[in-house]
Design a protein around this ligand. Structure first.
Ligand code: URA
Length: 236
């Protein structure tokens, strides 16, 4: 395995940070400082160190949680409340990929793989998020068009990719499609045109959907799902 990939797999740092360590001469293989990113490491036979710290490859873990209401998206809480991390049984130190509000439900990925999370969250990669939102009043077509054309948030033009009323019977319930991961994005967008979001559920994030999970349940991502995402950023 190439040295830069090996370091990323050890969880010492993101791939970029790992390359900085190599460049700075802080990485040694069998006692010899190595400055080549492409140096081939034998993960079973070689001893790789960052300064004096011996490094070992860590198992990467990837979960898809159906986040229930009333749970905070964080790794720990000062007030001792349950967090999304508490819902997943693992000994690894995992963290949520992005965040959902306390009362938002739906898809949330958790992992201990920083590169994977960064890739999914980076705005330039435009991963789509799909939500069902319940509003405080029926959505008028004219207002829906405003959000599709774009409104200004913090001087930045922001828009929904798609916005549909689910059925004429329930005009307060809408489907929202965004490529934005900013915190509270859906609620802020609606509040900008005078609506309040009373309930919010994320039903899709990129290629991931809830399937048969029920609130509070989770599953591991399949090897195919993980490789599908990884292939995209390893190309770059
Ligand atoms: N947008 C919001 O307003 N809240 C969420 O939890 C997710 C997206």
């Amino acid at each position: 395995m190439r040295l830069n990939k090996y370091l990323a797999e050890c969880d010492v740092a993101s791939r970029r940070k790992a390359e900085e360590f190599i460049y700075e001469g802080r990485i040694s293989v069998n006692g010899k400082v190595i400055r080549e990113f492409a140096f081939i490491v034998d993960e079973f036979k070689n001893t790789v160190k960052l300064d004096d710290k011996k490094l070992r490859i860590k198992n990467k873990e990837y979960y898809l949680l159906y986040k229930p209401k009333g749970i905070i998206t964080s790794t720990n809480d000062e007030r001792g409340r349950a967090t999304v991390v508490d819902l997943v049984k693992t000994r690894s130190v995992i963290f949520p990929v992005g965040r959902l509000d306390y009362n938002t439900t739906g898809i949330l990925l958790l992992t201990n793989d920083g590169d994977f999370a960064n890739y999914l969250l980076h705005p330039k990669n435009k991963f789509q998020r799909e939500y069902i939102a319940k509003l405080d009043k029926p959505l008028k077509l004219n207002d829906a068009n405003k959000l599709l054309q774009g409104v200004y948030l913090d001087k930045k033009k922001s828009k929904f990719i798609d916005l549909k009323i689910k059925s004429n019977e329930y005009p307060r319930r809408v489907n929202v499609l965004t490529e934005e991961g900013r915190n509270h994005f859906v609620k802020i967008m609606f509040s900008k045109i005078g609506y309040r979001v009373n309930e919010l559920k994320r039903i899709r994030f990129g290629i991931f959907s809830l399937g048969r999970l029920v609130p509070g349940q989770y599953r591991k991502l399949t090897e195919d799902e993980v490789q599908y995402i990884k292939k995209q950023y390893e190309k770059n």
